[in-house]
Write a protein that binds this ligand. Structure first.
Ligand SMILES: O=C(O)c1ccc(O)c(O)c1
Ligand SMILES: [Mg+2]
Length: 627
């Protein structure tokens, strides 16, 4: 289907928006009047620019406060619209969006609205223009699509139809099922936006918090399926008013928008198939082009840290029970291993001068080539397959925060494996209690949080969990986990603070990242770690006093948790024990033990961790080396 986007969804001047929209592969645009009026290029120049980029001008909008006005205001409205028709002719646009009247002058009279819209449609037809009438969720008298449809039906003019907008319909929790009763030829345009569920005034919600489908909580795919079941074959057009996207780089937002649309079409095709099966119909051929299906990752192959030198990290890993298992044949990279938990230490990366950082994650997948095809179809930046001509091929894409994601098939006979590039070391890999990487936590720049959730959801097929806000001493940390259905791959996506007001003047945003390691016996792991004199994040006594109030775990267990500075959580499935290492550069490790089927991440303890990470040592917080 034709893919379009409203210029209001992007930042910058109109010509820059058009370039970004063209580069992302859209077919058309909705020109927002403000974008045209505020810029210098003439309508003819905009038309030519769009044409050069292969973009059609699918809609011009919005025309406001037209219908159901007292007769005295009608002449002025008709005069106003003649000017719009003239601009549209110069633009080469033939569809005008008229949104439902919000003015206190408008009259609650459907017959009057229909009569005036009919007159408008007649005038429009004389200019070769059609009118798409949209019910704004906050329209004075018309705020619901079925009401708009009754008026359009009453007006009964071929140049008058509807514009359906997923936000206005879903925000008001109107049932989208009745869309199927509208004839396709009366749906002139379809606008799509998602939004997080927020209890606020709908106008404010719409103007500031819309997001691309797949980034919020609304069932946009279900709505699209209803529209397609009418036989609608016009554009799928994104119309997103969002404070963050208005400031972000247009090229990046446009790419994110296209990813959202590709993913949405896949979901809508799925919903159409389900509906057809349910109703025993042959599934309707919709001209949707779904991307190659997602290949679910089956685990973590490795986490790669870049560091100026290996020393401190190898001490830390040794204390956790890891052994150096291999050294890269021709690069300064070491492989540290314990069972299937693998950490790569890379000292060849010039960017790591600020200390260690999590540079890459290896994901196990049954079919790396298919994983990368999926990523490519969803507009992810695919990285060169060979980082070096001598290396085994490795398919990789860049995640939104810049972390490289490698698709791996580790040590599978008959397939090249990244481990072939490592010469086995003298020592055995460790066989301690740490078995695998439980999850990784990445910190996104604040303006890429929505992009990141959509990326993991669409490219890797991970399911989003609830979004959380965690207090730390200098702000709120937004965090959302995404995981495979079987929870073997879990990624916590955190957002860094906006402008950091840290304990030390001039400190920059904290963008910590960590890898959480699963232990089958965390008491043994922490005892070994402490005995090695390694630096553990020290949790204050106050935490343990409060823990005793919150949970009755028996005196002995409370004493042990306090002694070993382990943190505790439980959910309806089981229990969770964890501790953190000191931070090195941007990175720290967490060791976790899931008892029973505990499904969370210990989020309740995150504020304590964050406070301890910020705390100066004299404050009895921070990190300490155990005796
Ligand atoms: O917020 C508005 O005014 C507005 C304008 C045009 C639209 O298509 C819309 O959905 C909202
Ligand atoms: Mg709209």
């Amino acid at each position: 289907m034709r893919r379009s986007i409203a210029t209001v969804s992007l930042s910058g001047p109109l010509t820059g928006k058009l370039s970004a929209i063209g580069a992302a592969g859209f077919d058309g645009v909705e020109i927002f009047e403000n974008d045209l009026v505020a810029g210098a290029p003439s309508p003819e120049e905009i038309r030519a620019r769009a044409g050069d980029l292969g973009l059609g001008i699918d809609l011009y909008q919005p025309f406001r406060d037209f219908e159901a006005v007292p007769p005295a205001l009608l002449a002025g409205n008709l005069r106003r619209v003649e000017h719009k028709f003239a601009v549209m002719e110069r633009l080469g646009a033939t569809l005008l969006l008229v949104c439902s009247n919000v003015s206190p002058h408008s009259i609650d009279d459907d017959a009057l609205a229909a009569e005036q819209l009919r007159l408008l449609a007649e005038r429009a037809a004389g200019h070769g223009v059609r009118i798409a009438y949209e019910a704004l969720a906050w329209g004075r008298n018309v705020d619901d699509y079925l009401h708009a449809w009754r008026i359009v039906r009453m007006a009964d003019h071929p140049a008058l139809g509807l514009c359906l907008d997923s936000f206005h319909i879903l925000s008001r929790e109107t049932d989208p099922y009745a869309i199927e009763t509208i004839p396709a030829e009366k749906i002139f345009f379809l606008q799509l936006a998602d939004a997080p569920r927020l209890p606020m005034d709908v106008l404010y919600w719409s103007r500031h918090y819309r997001c691309f489908p797949g980034q919020g909580d609304l069932d946009v795919a279900g709505l699209v399926a209803h529209v397609l079941r009418t036989g609608y074959d016009g554009p799928l057009s994104l119309e997103v008013f969002n404070d963050v996207f208005r400031q972000a780089a247009a090229m990046r937002t446009a790419r994110d928008a296209m990813r959202s649309l590709v993913f949405l079409e896949e979901a809508a095709a799925g919903r159409l198939g389900e509906a057809a099966r349910r109703l025993g119909e042959a599934s309707r051929p919709a001209s949707l082009v779904p991307p190659p299906p997602p290949v679910s990752p089956t685990g973590f192959a490795f986490a790669e840290l870049s560091a100026p030198r290996t020393g401190p990290l190898s001490e830390l890993l040794t204390a956790l029970g890891f052994r150096r298992a291999g050294v890269h044949t021709h690069k300064p990279v070491e492989l540290w291993q314990q069972n299937t938990a693998r950490i790569l230490l890379n000292t060849g990366n010039a960017e790591s001068q600020d200390g260690p950082a999590l540079a890459a994650i290896g994901l196990e997948t049954p079919d790396p080539a298919a994983s990368v095809k999926r990523a490519e179809a969803l507009l992810s930046p695919v990285l060169p397959r060979w980082r070096d001509p001598h290396d085994a091929p490795l398919d990789a894409v860049a995640a939104p925060d810049g972390t490289d994601l490698f698709f791996c098939r580790t040590a599978c006979p008959g397939h090249p494996s990244w481990t072939d590039d490592f010469a086995e070391d003298r020592r055995d890999p460790g066989h301690g209690e740490i078995t695998h990487i439980d999850h990784v936590a990445l910190t996104q720049p604040w303006h890429l949080f929505d992009e990141a959730s959509l990326f993991y959801r669409s490219v890797l097929g991970l399911r989003p969990h609830e979004s959380l806000e965690l207090p730390d001493p200098y702000g709120l940390l937004r965090s959302r986990a995404v995981s495979t259905a079987d929870e073997r791959v879990r990624i916590a996506v955190n957002v860094a603070h906006v402008g950091h007001v840290g304990p030390h003047e001039g400190t920059s945003d904290v963008a910590w990242q960590h890898a959480a390691l699963a232990s089958t016996d965390i008491v043994a792991t922490v005892r070994r770690f402490r005995a090695a004199g390694a630096a553990q994040l020290i949790v204050p006594d106050n935490y343990y006093d409060d823990l005793e109030a919150r949970h009755d775990l028996g005196a002995e267990r409370h004493r042990l948790l306090r002694e070993l500075r382990l943190l505790y959580d439980k959910d309806e499935h089981g229990e969770f024990l964890h501790f953190y290492t000191a931070t090195s550069g941007r990175v720290f490790f967490e060791v976790v033990q899931r008892i029973g089927g505990y499904q969370g991440y210990g989020a309740v303890n995150a504020p304590v961790r964050l406070a301890a990470q910020h705390a100066p040592r004299a404050d009895h917080g921070g990190t300490s080396r155990s005796p």
